[in-house]
Structures are given as C-alpha cells and as structure tokens.
Design a protein around this ligand. Structure first.
Ligand code: SAM
Length: 256
C-alpha cells in the first residue's frame, strides 16, 4: 500500500507540522495515531516520518511528525509555464494537470486578449491557484509544490531577465515543432536538464504585437501541430513532450 504523502507547512531539521485541511483530514478522517508512519515533504525534501503527536484546538487540528531518514525525491520538471490568464475554471484545470505533470512554476500573465474582468480579478484568485497546486502536488506524490507567481502584464514577463530556453507556443507557427526546439536546447545546453519557459496564449490567441514582442525578445515560436488546441490542451501536451524529452533518456533510474 503506497504510503500517503503530506506536504508540511512548518518544519525544522528533525520535525515537521501539518495544519489546516491536511491536518484535519489526517487527524479526524484517517484518525492518525502516535507512531503512524508516513512520507512527509519538508522544505522540498522528502522524509520517512512518524507521527509524534496529534493535537486538536476546537475545530482545528495539528499533526506533528518526527522526521526519520531522507528519501530520494523526483525533481520537478525544469519548466515555468507562462500562462495567459483566461477562463478561470479551465485555467485552474490546466494548473492542476500541469502540477501533476511536474511543472516547477506557473507565471500567470495578462495578455492583450485576456478578458478585462478576468485581468482585474486575477490578483485575487492567486491564493486559490496556490491551494489547487498544493492539493494536486499531494495527490501526485510530488516532493515539492510548484511556485505560482503573482499575475503580471505579458510585457513585464517577457522583459524579465532569464537564463532559461524561452519558447512561445504559437498556433500560426508552421516550421518548428516543440520537440525539435526542446531537443536542440538540450543538445546546446550541455546540462542534463536545461530550464525552459513556455508561453501559452489566451483563448483569443496572441495579438500580432505580442508575436513581434516575443520574436524581438529572443523567444522561439513553436508549433504543437496543425490543429488549434485549447490553451489547457496546449499546456498539457507541451509538458508531456518536454517530460518525454527530459525524463525518458534512461538517466532517471525510475524510467526503464
Ligand atoms: N484563437 C486562436 C486561434 O483561433 O487561432 C487559438 C488560441 S489557442 C485556443 C490558445 C493558445 O494555445 C495559443 O495562443 C497557443 O499558445 C496555444 N496553441 C493552441 N494550438 C496550438 C498549436 N497547434 N501550436 C502551437 N500552439 C498552440
């Protein structure tokens, strides 16, 4: 039976504490007892752990763990998804799936064709996106939680300095496929796992001025094929292609 994995909010070198919904579930639903074994993520590191105490404060609970041996943790995919803000329910679905696929970070951006009311509401929605990423990380048994940045305007993101390979998914692009661009970046980087920034447009796509901005700022335009994909489908297929390029190279002992 796969041991449940918990992502601690507070920790030090020898112990970790769960609070909030996770602690509620572990204490009241799973009826955690002192001595119970579990896997705990503390500060991006994965540990074998044992419940040291379960405390109830009225409606709230706190579960305290003793950290035992450190376990090998699978690193996140070195990918930041630069996602243009679009319909929240579908964007949040994409965020959950991207977390399951191992994304390291998500940078929401306000693009020209981001609907006005969504652009205005995005800032207030970030905490909810971070909760979704936390829960999806736990469900995917990750050893970390992807960072979700505060939303910024696309131009600010594009002008931010970066050492990553910067790639824009462009539905009009017809010559360069994402996989080819990824393989070239890997070959050219000398690093086993070079970092990537992948930009995905809103429902209305990128505006011509944004395509020019990307082109003049060193971003490489790539295609995901002849069909127009919804933004969430584009996000998932891009991550799957990068994962297959980075994680299926016989370097990761877990991949046969
Ligand atoms: N409104 C646009 C159109 O009809 O041409 C479609 C935009 S699409 C729903 C949203 C984003 O997904 C695009 O801006 C692009 O980043 C990505 N995308 C969708 N299909 C793609 C493809 N075949 N190749 C590359 N990117 C794609």
């Amino acid at each position: 039976m796969t041991r449940r994995r918990w992502i601690a909010e507070n920790w030090d070198e020898t112990s970790a504490t769960l609070t909030g919904a996770q602690a509620e579930h572990l204490a009241r639903v799973l009826r955690a007892e002192v001595g119970m074994e579990a896997e705990v993520v503390a500060g991006g590191r994965l540990f074998q752990a044992r419940v040291a105490s379960v405390t109830h404060f009225g409606e709230a609970s706190e579960v305290h763990f003793e950290l035992a041996s450190e376990l090998r943790a699978d690193p996140a995919l070195p990918v930041t998804l630069v996602m243009a803000v679009y319909k929240f329910d579908r964007m949040e679905w994409a965020l959950e799936k991207a977390t399951e696929l191992g994304v390291a970070a998500i940078a929401p951006v306000i693009a020209r064709r981001t609907e006005k009311h969504l652009a205005q509401a995005a800032g207030k929605r970030v905490e909810r996106w971070r909760r979704i990423a936390h829960e999806a990380s736990q469900q995917a048994r990750r050893a970390d939680v992807p960072a979700i940045d505060d939303p910024v305007f696309l131009t600010d993101r594009v002008n931010m300095p970066s050492t990553a390979s910067r790639i824009v998914l462009a539905e009009q692009e017809r010559t360069t496929a994402l996989r080819a661009a990824v393989e070239q970046a890997i070959a050219g980087s000398g690093a086993k796992r070079p970092a990537f920034e992948i930009a995905i447009g809103p429902e209305g796509g990128w505006a011509p001025a944004e395509e020019t901005l990307f082109a003049t700022s060193g971003w490489r335009a790539v295609s995901l094929g002849p069909r127009i994909l919804r933004a969430e489908t584009a996000a998932i297929s891009a991550l799957a292609i990068i994962a297959s390029s980075l994680e299926c190279r016989g370097e990761d002992s877990r991949v046969p």
